[in-house]
Design a protein around this ligand. Structure first.
Ligand code: GTQ
Length: 338
């Protein structure tokens, strides 16, 4: 043999499995994402800066992406999921488009903005969770006073890895409203009483907005004596009223109350998770890295990283909103925890 057999097989489009084995079949996952916290106090001035210098005719959306230092190209927040902070000013509109990636918005501050999703106007208030399931047309408008800011959550890192990403502009800036404003929330938010003339339009929840007023009531209705989860505290899942399952096929959304002084047990699972602090302050230790968090901060727990939450206050609750790819892991038989 004149040629090196390794070179020869490479030219033939083959490779020796024995040189790759350990990397392809790791004993356990090791995320490329690192534990990280994005501080709202530090980012907010730049949100306001870009709202002054960049119009919504120059940018499809005015968003600062929360980029994990371990996942910069293409940018993602954790392996499968993305978080960004979007700002829209009074009088502005963000044009109608749709993508196969699913999205939601968790409202941080401001009043008077709304999004239109497949012909339904959905109003935004702080603490609301608004859904934009995959391939739903959506455009945003702001008719209130002062800037409006929210956290965007999308599954595009997963969708693009699956090579299933599609995007389309509607072609007119704003959709027509074809159903009464906020009608999906009015019809479905009660969950246990379903409108029987309707039927599921897809694998996602039909609810446009899970209002904070309802979330707050649900949390307040659970007594202080309730044990809750030793890991996540008094944790509630936003559900699809048709199924009782997660709001969208790729993302599970939750809200949790950590009572004053809560010290969570350490836990790890294969799902990657992004947390957003609705209220309070505390810390989460992730694989030995201490993430200090305060109101409106966002932090991440990569898949198979051990984490434990602490509410540092002795008198105030901490409230965390979170989303993860747990439904994907479970659907594929890949969910594990210890
Ligand atoms: O508001 O439609 O953060 O399409 C990323 C992509 C927000 C949006 C993002 C988007 C949007």
């Amino acid at each position: 043999m004149i040629q090196d057999p390794y070179e020869a097989i490479k030219e033939l489009g083959a490779a020796p499995l024995w040189k790759y084995y350990g990397n392809l079949f790791p004993a356990e996952p090791k995320s490329e994402a690192v534990p990280y916290v994005w501080r709202y106090r530090d980012l907010r001035p730049y949100m306001l800066h870009f709202s002054e210098v960049l119009s919504l005719h120059e940018a499809e959306r005015r968003v600062l992406m929360l980029v994990n230092p371990g996942l910069t190209e293409p940018p993602a927040t954790v392996n499968s999921l993305y978080a960004g902070i979007q700002i829209i000013l009074p009088g502005e509109t963000a044009q109608a488009h749709r993508h196969s990636a699913s999205a939601f918005r968790f409202i941080i501050e401001g009043e008077g903005a709304y999004t239109t999703v497949n012909g339904e106007r959905v109003d935004m208030h702080p603490g609301d969770l608004l859904l934009t399931p995959g391939w739903h047309w959506h455009d945003h408008s702001h008719e209130g006073n002062g800037p409006m800011m929210w956290l965007d959550g999308l599954d595009y890192p997963l969708v693009n890895k699956l090579e299933a990403g599609f995007f389309e502009l509607l072609g007119v800036r704003m959709q027509e409203q074809t159903v009464p404003a906020n009608s999906s929330t009015k019809k479905f938010i009660h969950g246990r009483l379903l409108p029987l003339w309707e039927s599921p339009a897809g694998p996602h929840s039909p609810i446009g907005n899970y209002p904070w007023s309802e979330t707050e009531k649900a949390l307040a209705g659970i007594s202080d004596e309730a044990e809750g989860s030793a890991v996540e505290g008094i944790v509630l899942e936003y559900t699809n009223p048709w199924t009782g399952g997660p709001v969208m096929p790729t993302m599970s959304c939750r809200v949790s109350r950590l009572k004053p002084g809560f010290h969570g047990l350490p836990f790890k699972h294969t799902a990657s998770t992004i947390y957003h602090v609705v209220k309070g302050q505390g810390e989460t230790v992730v694989d030995g890295v201490k993430l200090d968090w305060a109101e409106h901060d966002t932090f991440c727990v990569p898949g198979w990283a051990q984490y434990a939450h602490v509410n540092r206050s002795a008198s105030e609750d901490a409230i965390l909103f979170s989303y993860s790819d747990e439904p994907v892991m479970k659907a594929l038989g890949l969910y594990r925890h210890i």
